[in-house]
Design a protein around this ligand. Sequence first.
Ligand SMILES: Nc1ncnc2c1ncn2[C@@H]1O[C@H](COP(=O)(O)OP(=O)(O)OP(=O)(O)O)[C@@H](O)[C@H]1O
Ligand SMILES: O=C(O)[C@H](O)[C@@H](O)[C@H](O)[C@H](O)CO
Length: 162
Amino acid sequence: MGVSGSGKSTIADHLAKRLGWRYEDGDQFHPPGNVAKMSAGHPLTDGDRWPWLKAIADEIDRLSASGERAVIACSALKRAYRDILVHGRDDIRIVFLDGTQDLIAARLAARKRHFMPLGLLTSQFATLERPGADERPIIVSIDAPVEAIVDEIVSQLNLVPQ
Ligand SMILES: Nc1ncnc2c1ncn2[C@@H]1O[C@H](COP(=O)(O)OP(=O)(O)OP(=O)(O)O)[C@@H](O)[C@H]1O
Ligand SMILES: O=C(O)[C@H](O)[C@@H](O)[C@H](O)[C@H](O)CO
């Protein structure tokens, strides 16, 4: 989880490769209208996000039923959004990619070929509810090289070898 530009796609992809797990990007589950709205510079509302989060929750259940392990990139900015993804499923961990607005703005300004405009970053931070301790989040600073961030997440996941 994390705001646009915090590195969700990048870290999820590298983390999944490291673990040999599947990587899925929450952006693939947006209805076309949501992508059009963000591309036009408008933030999504809760109403826009519910069907999208439900689709990701369904995918988590599908993966779980097939016994497949996965890393899923999803902004999941509010606790209510995370509840949809996590509630009732005990085999999920949340990884929060934590960084300052200045650092993320600089990364977004340099990013090529992406529908999400830099102008939406302020609304992403306004919407963000940092995870509480009861959510057992793994919180990592994004002010580090990608592989160092992946190292930190793997270490905090404390996985039991299979
Ligand atoms: N640790 C890092 N160090 C330097 N650059 C990074 C790091 N992580 C990500 N980036 C770069 O920052 C930009 C944003 O990363 P990325 O697209 O993965 O973010 P995101 O959270 O998936 O964004 P969105 O939610 O808008 O899809 C990309 O250009 C990426 O290459
Ligand atoms: O909740 C949201 O506002 C959206 O999920 C956005 O965060 C985008 O999907 C993503 O960040 C852009 O790729």
